[in-house]
Write a protein that binds this ligand. Structure first.
Ligand code: GLU
Ligand code: MG
Length: 437
C-alpha cells in the first residue's frame, strides 16, 4: 500500500493531554519557522472535550512551531508507521511566547530560577501506570512471574524509549493491581519535562504495538493505591556542579535547596491544582496511600509531599551528585511543564523569602488535629479540585508567577471539567478519567 510519512507536532496542554496537528515530513524544515495554525480557544478544551468559558471565543490565531531538538522517530519495525513527532511551542503570529503555552510557562520559570538564584534545575519524572487490557493478570507485586508475563512489553518499551532519547532505569511490577513503574534518567531544564511527555507517548504506543493498553489515570481503584508521578529535583550551578547537598546543612541540604523546598511546601496548597489537576487526584492524595496528604517534608517517609531520597554513594562527591528531593503530589493528569513551572516558582519564592527548611516529619500526620498540625507549620492539602482551585484563585503569588490570563483560562477550563463530571458517582468519575489518561 502507498503511504507518505507525517510528523505530528505536539503540545502538552492545560488539560494534561497531548494535542497537535500532523503535516508531511518533507515540510518539517519549513514548519520549524512557519509552524502550523493553532487556535486560542483550544486551551479551553477539557480532557473530556467540552469547552470552558474563556476570553477568546472564535477570535485569534496562533502558531504551533515544532522544536527540532525534541524530534522523536521510533520505528517499531512491525510494518506500521513509525511514531514520528516533535514537541512544539505555541507563539503569537509575531513569534512571541503565548501565555497559555505550558512549555513557554516552564521556560519563563526556568529563567526566573536562573536570574534569582543562578541555578539550573536537574530533574526526572518517575511514573506509575496500570495495564488495563484483558491480558492484565493481577500478578503478585514485584513477582518474577509477573515480570515474565510482561517481558515482551517491557523489552519493546525499553528499546523504544532509548530510540526516543529517554533513558529507562528499571521496570518494576509495582504494588497496585497490574501496576508498573518505570523511572527514567534526569535531565537539565526543559528537557526533563519534554522527556516526561515523550515517555507517556512511548509507553502508550509500545503498549498498543504489544496489543496491550495502559492507564496513567491518578486512581482507578478506590480501594487500592493510585498512579503517582514523582518528580526528583536537584540543582546545578552555572559550572554544572551539583548544589543540593551540604554535609553540614539541616537534613544534608544546602541553604539554597532548603529555602527552595520550604517555598514549595509553603505554597503547595496554592498551586496544587496544577500538579494534581483532576477531580480524582484528590482521592489519591489521602493518608495511607503512600502519596501526599500534607505539605510536609519527609526523609524516609513515602507519605511526605517532599521526600529526601536515599542515596547509595559513600564518597562526598558521589553523595553530592546523587542527592535529590522527590515531589510526590503530582499525577499524570497534569502537564509536566506546569508541574515543573509551579515547583520552580514556589521554590524561588522560598529562596527570595529566605525561608528556613522545616523539620522532616517521621510520624503519622493523619492522627493529628488541625491545631496540632498548625503548631508544626503543616496543613492538610486541599481535599477536592474545587477547594484547590479556590486556593489558586485567591493566591496573589500565582498571578505574578503565571499571569492573570493564564490563571483565568486555567480556572475556566477546570470548572468546565467539573461541570462535565457533575452528577456522576465517584466510580463513574474514575472510569471517565481512566478513558482519557
Ligand atoms: N502509588 C503511590 C502513589 O500514588 C506511590 C508508591 C511508591 O512508589 O512509593 O504515589
Ligand atoms: Mg512507586
Amino acid at each position: 500500500m502507498i503511504g507518505e510519512p507525517l510528523v505530528f507536532v505536539a503540545t502538552s496542554d492545560l488539560a494534561g493531554l497531548v494535542r497537535g496537528k500532523a503535516f508531511a515530513e518533507s515540510e518539517l524544515a519549513a514548519r520549524q519557522t512557519r509552524g502550523i495554525g493553532w487556535v486560542p480557544t483550544n486551551a479551553l478544551i477539557t480532557c473530556f472535550d467540552n469547552l470552558g468559558d474563556g476570553p477568546y471565543g472564535s477570535l485569534g490565531d496562533l502558531l504551533l512551531v515544532p522544536d527540532a531538538e525534541t524530534r522523536v522517530v521510533v520505528d517499531y519495525e512491525d510494518g506500521s508507521p513509525a511514531e514520528n513527532f516533535a514537541i512544539g511551542n505555541i507563539v503569537t503570529l509575531d513569534g512571541e511566547p503565548w501565555e497559555c503555552c505550558t512549555r513557554g510557562q516552564l521556560a519563563s520559570a526556568l529563567e526566573r530560577l536562573q536570574s534569582v538564584a543562578g541555578l539550573q534545575l536537574y530533574s526526572a519524572f518517575e511514573h506509575e501506570f496500570q495495564l488495563v487490557s484483558p491480558q492484565a493478570s493481577d500478578n503478585p507485586a514485584f513477582s518474577m512471574h509477573g515480570h515474565r508475563l510482561q517481558a515482551h512489553f517491557s523489552e519493546v518499551l525499553f528499546a523504544a524509549l532509548r530510540k526516543a532519547g529517554v533513558e529507562p532505569d528499571s521496570f518494576i511490577n509495582e504494588y497496585g493491581r497490574d501496576q508498573y513503574e518505570l523511572p527514567i534518567g534526569a535531565s537539565l531544564g526543559i528537557d526533563a519535562a519534554d522527556a516526561a511527555v515523550v515517555f507517556r507517548q512511548i509507553v502508550q504506543a509500545s503498549a498498543k504495538r504489544c496489543q496491550q493498553s495502559v492507564s496513567f489515570s491518578p486512581i482507578r481503584d478506590l480501594d487500592g493505591v493510585g498512579n503517582g508521578v514523582h518528580v526528583h529535583l536537584s540543582f546545578k550551578n552555572a559550572a554544572g556542579e551539583p548544589v543540593m547537598y551540604d554535609a553540614g546543612g539541616k537534613h544534608g541540604l544546602s541553604s539554597v535547596a532548603g529555602s527552595f523546598i520550604a517555598g514549595v511546601l509553603k505554597y503547595l496548597p496554592e498551586f496544587l491544582c496544577l500538579t494534581a489537576p483532576s477531580e480524582i487526584s484528590y482521592q489519591r492524595l489521602t493518608p495511607h496511600r503512600w502519596s501526599a496528604a500534607f505539605n510536609n517534608l519527609g526523609a524516609q517517609d513515602r507519605e511526605a509531599a517532599m521526600r529526601i531520597c536515599p542515596i547509595s554513594g559513600r564518597m562526598q562527591e558521589t553523595i553530592a551528585r546523587q542527592f535529590n528531593v522527590e515531589y510526590r503530589a503530582a499525577d499524570a493528569a497534569a502537564s509536566p511543564y506546569l508541574v515543573l513551572a509551579a515547583l520552580i516558582h514556589a521554590g524561588v519564592q522560598g529562596i527570595e523569602e529566605q525561608l528556613p527548611l522545616p523539620d522532616a516529619t517521621t510520624d503519622d500526620l493523619s492522627l493529628l488535629d488541625t491545631a496540632q498540625l498548625t503548631a508544626r507549620g503543616i496543613e492538610r492539602l486541599p481535599q477536592s479540585l474545587s477547594e484547590a482551585l479556590s486556593r489558586f484563585e485567591q493566591s496573589d503569588h500565582t498571578d505574578a508567577w503565571f499571569g492573570e490570563t493564564f490563571k483565568s483560562v486555567y480556572v475556566a477550563l477546570k470548572k468546565a471539567e467539573l461541570a462535565y463530571l457533575d452528577g456522576l458517582t465517584i466510580e463513574q468519575k474514575c472510569a471517565a478519567y481512566g478513558r482519557v489518561f
